[in-house]
Design a protein around this ligand. Sequence first.
Ligand code: FES
Length: 101
Amino acid sequence: MVKINFLDENKKINVIDAKDGSSLLEVAKKNNVNLEGTCGGEMLCSTCHVYILSEHIDNLNKQTIEEKEILALTKNLKKTSRLACQIKITDKLKGLIFSIA
Ligand code: FES
């Protein structure tokens, strides 16, 4: 398990145990984070759009062209934007902070 952090809409940090190898979307859903993820990780919906608020952005698995294209269609796109369904949890992400876009 890897400890990561979810910053909620009240600016409260919630510590979450994330299973190595899971997607951030799976971890969020398991921990009752209100992240939609309508297409279940098929990169069709962009409703799993999150912001990575810690320096871990460089430790994430690389974005595919498809992820970049889907994100480009979203509102509120930032440099720290990612699709949670495309982020794989690894030890390197210990302490990561994310919020819902
Ligand atoms: S769950 Fe649909 S794009 Fe991530």
